[in-house]
Design a protein around this ligand. Structure first.
Ligand code: NAD
Length: 334
């Protein structure tokens, strides 16, 4: 069986090939790697393939799914947990098998959220540059002791729970908001209403999926409800945050710090080398001008352990599709 792997970077190729080797010689899967993202103009690359393997910024809307189906594609393998980029109703209508990797090292993303908080709070990115230039002044590097601060976790699923445990271990008070809180959360923090969490938290960290309900969960109103000077962290999906509202809150000094690993319009930017080019996304460029904003390019998942798990589970999902076995990671329209 041939599988077209879209948005394939060298590390995707390395980890998928290694996972194939781990499954043994009997594996009859042939991966065709394409650097291009999947969209309506690149769908033709999957000619002769029975499955496509995609990532967060590949677009699987109805026209793309129809084009793939017309070429003989029958399965969509997501190398990620989120599936907001797939039109599930259209996939269901076409009879396409869709499977994801629901949990691969949730700690990888949680640890990245922590790295961003620590960097912004203690300005280690600025200290690094300063010291390399022989400047040992501390002015401008003043941080806050996180011990005893309040951290609000929005979405207490796998990653939210891992993040909550880390902050609890640092001596923080942890609050959580989730319409369906995970059972493990009660041992770590208190479940509260979203308004309560926003009003009380020094750090608000987003870990819920992007759905029509959570789109722009953080807007002018929720930013106004946050504690003045608080830090907002988003390692989940860019669409949870209204970028223009955040820029207004940063300009008014209401929002103290912003750390984002994901961005609403990231699909044209992230996972690409755009250095030396003019980036014409004015909102993104405005964010870059704030000293209290830290952006990373969707790297929360990017650890050896997570990439191994993503590749192993993707191959297991593929094997389930090929054999017709029940697949625990299948995603269906609700
Ligand atoms: P999960 O399904 O285990 O947890 C998500 C939680 O969000 C669930 O408990 C759910 O009940 C809750 N939720 C749903 N709607 C909500 C709402 N309106 N308000 C608050 N909570 C709500 O998922 P997970 O594995 O913890 O992943 C969370 C998100 O992290 C994913 O959806 C994905 O978008 C993102 N993610 C990012 C990276 C990265 O590299 N930055 C990597 C993996 C996942």
């Amino acid at each position: 069986m041939k599988i077209a792997v879209f948005s394939a970077r060298p590390y995707d190729q390395q980890f998928l090939d290694e996972a194939k080797q781990r499954r043994g010689a009997g594996t009859s899967f042939e991966f065709l790697y394409f650097d291009a993202a999947l969209e309506v103009h690149t769908a033709a690359l999957a000619q002769d393939c029975e499955a496509v393997c995609v990532f967060v910024n590949d677009r699987l809307n109805a026209p793309v799914l129809q084009a793939l189906h017309a070429q003989g594609v029958r399965a969509i393998l997501l190398r990620c947990a989120g599936f907001n980029n797939v039109d599930l109703a259209a996939a269901e209508q076409l009879g396409l098998f869709v499977a994801r990797v629901p949990a691969y090292s949730p700690e990888a993303v949680a640890e990245h959220a922590l790295a961003m908080v620590m960097t912004l709070n203690r300005q280690t990115h600025r200290a690094y540059n300063r010291v390399r230039e022989g400047n040992f002044m501390l002015d401008g590097l003043l941080g806050r002791t996180l011990h005893r601060k309040t951290v609000g976790i929005v979405g207490t699923g796998q990653i939210g729970l891992a993040t909550a445990r880390i902050f609890k271990g640092m001596g923080c008070t942890v609050l959580g908001y989730d319409p369906y809180p995970s059972p493990g959360f009660a041992a770590v923090g208190a479940s509260v209403a979203l308004e309560d969490l926003l009003a009380r938290s020094d750090i608000v960290s987003l870990h819920c999926p992007l759905t029509p309900d959570t789109h722009h969960l953080i807007d002018d109103a929720s930013l106004a409800a946050m504690k003045p000077g608080a830090m907002l962290v988003n390692t989940s999906r860019g669409g949870l945050v209204d970028t223009h509202a955040v820029i207004r809150a940063l300009k008014s000094r209401r929002l103290g710090h912003l750390a984002i690993d994901v961005y609403e319009q990231e699909s044209g930017l992230f996972f690409q080398d755009r250095s030396g080019e003019i980036i014409d996304d004015d909102a993104f460029q405005r964010l870059m001008t704030f000293p209290n904003v830290l952006v990373t390019g969707h790297q929360g998942f990017f650890t050896v352990e997570a990439l191994q798990e993503i590749s192993d589970i993707t191959l297991r999902n593929l094997a389930d599709f090929a054999s017709g076995a029940a697949c625990a990671n299948r995603v269906r329209a609700v």
